[in-house]
Design a protein around this ligand. Structure first.
Ligand SMILES: [Zn+2]
Length: 169
């Protein structure tokens, strides 16, 4: 009885293991060795769901690593956020070495608190000025990426608080 029970348990465990690894997890694990992009956003709680939807559906990134730092492009390049600068470059290296990413997708957003901190002024009510601020940071990051990682493509988007996004750089 005990042997039978033991044998069934082992067999059941074996089937569950085979099913999980064979049907679902294994293909995912195999794919995980190579992913398309590092997706990079701000930390803002208001746009977490919208950011994931944007990466998943709106631009159709198949697989991506995900990084969030306050200000996104601003956090990566502004001297006001040196530890964020370092974290960004560290994670580009990690995503490259672990998953062989080929692209960095940067998603800034309007009404960003990090931009207010860095520039000491709220541009949210001046749409064009706000867009220019983001474009300046994005261009700086694009240039730095091209120098450090010329093999990586880069796309830069700006999301409004309603979750819609436009490509800026
Ligand atoms: Zn933000």
């Amino acid at each position: 009885m005990c042997d039978l029970h033991h044998s069934i348990s082992r067999r059941t465990f074996g089937l569950i293991g085979a099913s999980v690894l064979g049907a679902a997890a294994l293909p995912r694990l195999v794919r995980a060795a190579e992913v398309e992009a590092l997706a990079f956003s701000c930390i803002d709680f208001r746009l977490v769901d919208a950011a994931v939807k944007f990466f998943d559906s709106d631009i159709g990134a198949k697989d991506y690593d995900l990084l969030a730092l306050a200000g996104a492009s601003l956090g990566a390049v502004s001297p006001k956020f040196p530890s964020s600068n370092a974290a960004f470059w560290d994670h580009v290296e990690i995503a490259k070495s672990l998953h062989h990413i080929r692209k960095v997708i940067v998603l800034d957003h309007r009404d960003c608190g990090a931009y207010k901190v860095a520039f000491g002024k709220d541009f949210a009510s001046e749409r064009n000025a706000e867009t220019m601020q983001h474009r300046t940071m994005m261009a700086a990051l694009k240039s730095a990426l091209a120098k450090k990682h010329p093999d990586l493509a880069a796309e830069f988007y700006l999301m409004a608080l309603d979750g819609t996004a436009e490509r800026v750089v």
